[in-house]
Design a protein around this ligand. Structure first.
Ligand code: ADP
Length: 396
């Protein structure tokens, strides 16, 4: 089967056309600057990237541009749209309504809409993508795969905040967690690679990208994760602050005269390693380079980041009474061996020992720990698009 995977952001639309039998991506691409002007970067597998400049006033137009590219005579990858069997959509927030992926119907659309308040930047964009696909290809099934679904197995002791109960009862304020498709995919691969039985496994997944989160996966189910009601909580990220004392917000409001909206923008867009480094970069490659050139701020940003990851690993080992494996994934987890080394340097007490020769690899599945390390350290490259295609195929 051929599955089109769509990931709509507020002004972008990423897609992959995946052959679910071979699990190969036939084509990958991204529409950018939707609503401004519009550009599609389209890369058919094994061929040169094609850049298509075309006005995209909204996501429906962007979907049409993508579909045209897929069937284009010179750079297309299919002869007709009839070859597409289904469309899998990434949806950021499913609230407490969705613990797994679902085939989309009108009721599902309305329920996703009910969750808009919980993810005001993401869910409306996801819905625009769903509606656009439905309008253009009404006969093809659409499937929603939620970032939050995998974490719906968390027990209430992990998802409740220490706030008045009525906030949960009235507004569903609780920890939801994100990157669920990635945590699910990576924890399953870790079990396969190590031959761990699903019903007797303790895995800590460190998804370290620009957005970053850690999860505790006990017997195949998420029992805790570091992101919360929104993706702002938990680890220090590229530009997000992660955990802070909530009283800081009041303090900044009083001292800098900033509004809540302005402060939230600082916490989301100007903090994390970017803010900590004094604005050097949110990209760890730049920070590592600056550290080599002697920047103490860049070094400190990396130190704070790694220390926070190590603290979360420790708390999740406590939550599960141990760990069989700690798996690194996403841009940084897959590629930056120095970060993996630095995080692992805190884990001796757990019995996790890095083999630095094995740790030289990047972006491939690998066990990185010494042969007698009690807790295994791994890299599993995440593949959220493939996971969405698999979910979509399974539902059909
Ligand atoms: P997101 O999907 O959340 O935008 P990614 O998973 O792409 O983020 O991760 C981005 C981070 O990964 C950046 O900080 C970047 O520096 C880091 N990264 C990506 N490739 C490499 C690499 N080859 N070496 C070191 N770090 C890398």
């Amino acid at each position: 089967m051929k599955i089109l995977v769509i990931n709509c952001g507020s002004s972008s639309l990423k897609y992959q056309l995946i052959n679910s039998d071979t699990e190969e991506a036939l084509s990958v691409g991204i529409c950018e600057r939707i609503g401004i002007d519009g550009r599609l970067n389209h890369t058919p597998a094994g061929r040169e990237k094609v850049v298509i400049e075309e006005n995209m006033e909204n996501h429906e137009v962007a979907v049409k541009v993508v579909l045209d590219a897929l069937v284009n005579e010179s750079y297309g990858v299919i002869k007709s749209l009839n070859e597409i069997n289904a469309i899998g959509h990434r949806v950021v927030h499913g609230g407490e309504h969705f613990a797994s992926s679902v085939i989309i119907d009108q009721e599902v659309i309305e329920t996703i809409e009910d969750c808009n308040e919980l993810a005001p930047l993401h869910n409306p964009a996801n819905l625009i993508g769903i509606r656009a696909c439905h309008a253009i290809m009404p006969d093809i099934p659409n499937v929603a795969v939620f970032d939050t679904a995998f974490h719906q197995t968390m027990p209430s002791r992990a998802y409740m905040y220490g706030l008045p109960y009525e906030y949960y009862a009235k507004y569903k304020i609780r920890r939801y967690g994100f990157h669920g498709t990635s945590h699910s995919y990576v924890s399953k691969r870790t079990m396969d690679i190590l031959g761990l039985p699903r019903d007797n496994s303790k895995i800590i997944v460190c998804h370290l990208g620009n957005g970053a989160s850690v999860s505790a996966v006990l017997n195949g189910e998420s029992v805790d994760t570091s992101m919360g009601l929104t993706p702002l909580e938990g680890l220090i990220m590229g530009t997000r602050c992660g955990d802070i004392d909530p009283a800081i917000i009041n303090h900044i409001a009083n001292t800098e005269g900033k509004s809540i909206e302005e402060i939230m923008s600082v916490l989301n867009k100007e903090s994390g390693v970017y803010g900590l480094s004094g604005g050097i970069s949110s990209d760890f490659r730049d920070l590592q380079k600056e550290t080599i050139h002697g920047s103490t701020k860049a070094k400190q940003a990396i130190d704070v980041f790694c220390y926070r990851v190590a603290k979360y690993i420790g708390s999740y080992a406590a939550a599960m009474n141990g760990a069989d494996a700690i798996t690194f994934t996403a841009g940084l987890g897959e590629n930056d061996r120095k970060i993996r080394t630095q995080i692992s340097s805190y884990l001796g007490y757990l019995g996790a020992e890095m083999d630095e020769t094995k740790n030289q690899v990047q972006a491939e599945e690998a066990v990185l720990s010494t042969d007698d390390s009690k807790v295994k350290l791994l890299i599993v490259p995440t593949n959220e698009e493939l996971a969405i295609a698999r979910e979509t195929t399974a539902l059909l």
